[in-house]
Design a protein around this ligand. Structure first.
Ligand SMILES: Nc1ncnc2c1ncn2[C@@H]1O[C@H](COP(=O)(O)OP(=O)(O)OP(=O)(O)O)[C@@H](O)[C@H]1O
Length: 252
């Protein structure tokens, strides 16, 4: 996936995204980081075709994303976000089955055998017949991930996927994302925890005020002056035994 000169402005807003260009390496985990209001979610929504940029293009597999039909796009790109359409009356199995709609068109046409593996791999088999509205936030998050994976996308987009997850499931999710990338999926996520972002990612995009300040490997971006300037706080990078470099925010 690649951005070419993307600019996006919300109605009556001056900020959004300003002339972003860069790529998201195939089969790798990229994390978009930056302070509040930097444009991270806006960028993810542009990549997911939920917001149409006023200028520039997003390329998916070398094609302009807007040259693909809705169905073709959904076979290429899946989004896991915190904002969900009202699916309250659906069971877990039905929600995961919605991920197969780009291949079948109607929920009733989706064979259970195409849903079961995604329930299983996300630990949802026992919850399959429960209504999604009766699940905890963390369980719901796993259902949305399972539905996105059922789309069999080349590119998986995730907005703050760890928000409702406890420490155990956060680690399990990060391991799952690494595994998906190792099998060729391009994973692009927004995370607030920069240490987690640096630890898990192959590639990082650092945004500020709607602009791409720098993209590169964790080693290239892990510099105290760059992070201090972008996040407007003093930081130090310390070496923690068994963990490696750790970014610490210093008291004001
Ligand atoms: N629906 C909207 N309408 C108008 N302006 C918006 C809307 N959503 C976001 N913005 C503005 O666009 C800018 C970027 O917002 P965005 O949510 O993309 O930032 P972010 O980096 O994801 O922030 P956060 O870390 O707080 O989630 C901000 O100035 C925000 O106020």
């Amino acid at each position: 996936m690649e951005c070419q000169h993307i600019s996006y402005q919300y109605p009556q807003q001056s900020t959004g995204l300003v002339d972003l260009s860069g790529h998201f390496p195939e089969g790798q985990v990229t994390t978009i980081i930056g302070p509040n209001g930097a444009g991270k979610s806006t960028l993810l929504n542009v990549l997911a075709r939920r917001l149409q940029p006023q200028q520039g293009k997003v390329l998916v597999g070398g094609k302009d994303s807007y040259d693909l039909s809705d169905r073709q796009f959904a076979q290429q790109v899946a989004l896991v976000t915190q904002q969900h359409e009202l699916f309250d009356e659906l069971t877990v199995r039905e929600v995961v089955a919605t991920g197969r709609l780009p291949y079948h068109g109607l929920l009733s046409q989706v064979p259970p055998a195409e849903v079961d593996p995604y329930l299983e791999v996300n630990g949802l088999t026992n919850l399959a017949d429960d209504l999604i509205q009766n699940l905890s936030g963390g369980q719901q998050q796993r259902v949305w991930l399972a539905a996105a994976l059922a789309q069999e996308p080349r590119v998986l987009l995730l907005d703050e996927p760890t928000t409702y997850l406890d420490v155990h499931y956060q680690q399990a999710l990060m391991a799952q994302l690494r595994e998906l990338a190792s099998r060729g999926m391009t994973v692009i996520q927004v995370l607030h925890d920069i240490n987690q972002a640096f630890r898990i990612s192959d590639w990082l995009w650092l945004l500020q005020d709607g602009q791409l300040i720098k993209c590169g490997t964790p080693a290239e971006l892990r510099t105290a002056p760059l992070l201090a300037q972008t996040f407007k706080t003093a930081v130090e990078i310390v070496e923690v035994p068994k963990l490696g470099p750790y970014i610490v925010q210093l008291p004001e």
